[in-house]
Design a protein around this ligand. Structure first.
Ligand code: SF4
Length: 309
């Protein structure tokens, strides 16, 4: 599959910039989430079961141990990005964050960090901290969970923030020169292909450097799982995801880097759609769509041109 020929994928972007493969290592910083602990809300986002994307065992290991444990299992990479992924990875005092982030950056062969958080959980002092690492020559990505730009849906899925909050955070982060990667979900309750396109347009208008797209995964333990079991929530089909995500990618300018274009999970955590149990099912279908109907930027008349290798 020649996905790198039709989409500006992060792996290809890193390869071009570093001249070698760079791999993202996922970390658990022991953080919580303000949308779960009662600070902003309880119960969390209705699609969320943190256990489906975070390895909870890792929270008992130091950052150095987590990195060392993964380096050995990664093939062919000699450079790494430390990815603070679990929960809200800016949700602590700045001094605590600095200690954790520095512990990652101090490891050999780490070229930078990616920090996943909520738009309402990135105060200026945290952004300044991250910008400071960037000034030291590290690559830094602020990964913001937005999921949709539609306030009605954000309220419905209990995100606890609106699009204006996201736009403000992006503006502050990019003013400091930080790279922003925004996470979006296709298939949220009540949303159509038009809503997804509108979300993309609003995110592009706000300014963004990277995108992560994934289908709505219905996972055990989430609020949505109950609605799905009760027959009140339809699952996203492979064809539906491919058509919507394909159009979003075709409407994305070529310089924007896709950190992800699909996602998978394993049963029994994954309840539906079961085509998401296999990582390659969605990836292959999306590649076929992009290959035949046009790749990234094609709908804008500026198709992605992969650099000659
Ligand atoms: S998706 Fe993120 S912000 Fe929402 S409840 Fe889960 S950890 Fe918290």
């Amino acid at each position: 599959m020649q996905l790198l020929q039709v989409v500006n994928m992060f792996s290809g972007d890193l390869l071009r910039r570093y001249g070698q493969k760079v791999f993202k290592l996922s970390l658990h910083g022991g953080f919580s989430c303000p949308n779960r602990d009662g600070t902003l809300g309880r119960g969390g986002c209705t699609f969320c079961n943190v256990a489906s994307f975070a390895d909870e065992q890792r929270q008992f290991q130091s950052i150095g141990e987590q990195l060392a444990g993964q380096v050995g299992s990664v093939d062919r990479a000699k450079r790494y990005l430390a990815y603070f992924q679990a929960y809200t990875s800016t949700y602590a005092e700045v001094a605590v964050l600095d200690r954790l982030y520095r512990e990652a950056l101090a490891q050999a062969d780490i070229v930078g960090i990616c920090v996943g958080t909520r738009p309402d959980c990135a105060p200026s002092e945290v952004l300044e901290l991250l910008a400071g690492y960037q000034r030291q020559g590290y690559e830094v990505w602020l990964e913001l969970g937005l999921q949709t730009a539609q306030d009605k849906t954000l309220h419905r899925i209990n995100r606890g923030h609106d699009f204006a909050c996201y736009r403000q955070t992006v503006m502050r982060a990019r003013r400091l020169g930080l790279r922003v990667c925004t996470h979006l979900i296709v298939g949220l309750p009540g949303e159509t292909a038009t809503d997804c396109r509108s979300t993309l347009e609003q995110v592009l208008a706000a300014g963004v450097d990277g995108l992560k797209l994934h289908p709505l995964l219905l996972v055990e333990g989430s609020v949505m799982a109950r609605a799905w079991r009760a027959g009140r929530l339809a699952e996203l089909t492979l064809e539906g995801y491919t058509a919507i995500a394909g159009e979003m990618i075709r409407h994305t300018p070529p310089e924007i880097v896709f950190h992800r274009i699909c996602a998978s999970a394993r049963p029994p955590t994954l309840l539906a759609p079961l085509w998401c149990a296999n990582h390659w099912t969605g990836m292959n279908a999306l590649y076929n769509n992009l290959h035949t109907e046009g790749g990234q930027g094609a709908a804008l008349g500026m198709p992605f041109q992969p650099a000659a290798s």
